[in-house]
Design a protein around this ligand. Sequence first.
Ligand SMILES: C[S@@+](CC[C@H](N)C(=O)[O-])C[C@H]1O[C@@H](n2cnc3c(N)ncnc32)[C@H](O)[C@@H]1O
Length: 332
Amino acid sequence: MAELPGDLSAALDEALSGADPAALSRSVQKLIHRYRDGFDPAERMVLASAADVAAYAAYRMPATYAAVVAALERSAELLPGFSPRTHVDVGAGTGAAVWAAAEVWPSIAETTVLEQAPEAISFGRRLAGRADSPAVRDARWRRTVIAGPVRRPAADLVTMAYVLGELPPQVRADAVRSLAAGSGLVVLVEPGTPAGYERIAAARDLLIELGLSVVAPCPHDRACPVPRGQDWCHFAERLNRTALHRRIKVGTLGFEDEKFCYVAAARGARARAAGRVVRRPVRRKGLVSLRLCTEADGMADATVSKRQGEAYRAARKTEWGAPWPPLPRGGS
Ligand SMILES: C[S@@+](CC[C@H](N)C(=O)[O-])C[C@H]1O[C@@H](n2cnc3c(N)ncnc32)[C@H](O)[C@@H]1O
């Protein structure tokens, strides 16, 4: 179960302590409808008012944080020597990916945050001021409206989470191209829906065309073997809901599963995972069934039985999203 780090959780509690739960709940419902019914990028900003931003921070930020941490951790396990010093986050909202990157790579010392919505910048800055990490606390927040290539400093790590879908379709390719230039690792995250997957798949094709190779989740740079229109590659992170979250969002469960799609790509050859678990493993007595994306056979099903000893013990422990077979200890 994913948890928010203590400093982020305390910063959110403090920033939201004065908010009226009923008003927050109304703003959350408005945001849910805008995202669910399809967001028209030609519309004005989604996070236009302070109320919209507070609602976003309360009901979405913990989930986007958990998804970004998962995508970055899956990338980090394949890049054991990668120790980024500089990070640029594009379309940062209230800063979920800024906190996530600092959590996964404490080596980050300089962070630049690009975002169009002034209210999101001011809320994100206020949260960041409470961070233990100096890279988060001292991040430079810049108001930027992406309308083509993103103007940004070169960086070892560039992230863009839950943004592609808000960009006009004709701007997306230019934006992705500009993220690939002058960066070490590029990580894009989108909602785990068929539409989110299509955007990630298109960005993946573009990054490969530009000479980058996929670090995660794909164990290859070939065409994505997921049968288009019938399935989509996505992952999920389970996270605890806070008491405030349960009050403002309809739904009584103490947890939620955040579904997300992602691609991480970098220049240069490197070792890869042979395959990746792309569905929740099914465990039965003496058997574990895994749906895998593999370098050799595309999508493949594997059944690991108790007779396989060590492989079976590993399969009992493996998770949706993990490399398979497990990477040697210490990385790829
Ligand atoms: C769904 S939020 C994601 C925020 C954050 N990255 C996260 O994962 O929680 C999308 C963000 O992208 C920003 N955004 C959308 N279109 C943009 C544009 N053209 N230029 C700059 N930022 C943009 C929005 O203002 C919003 O903060």
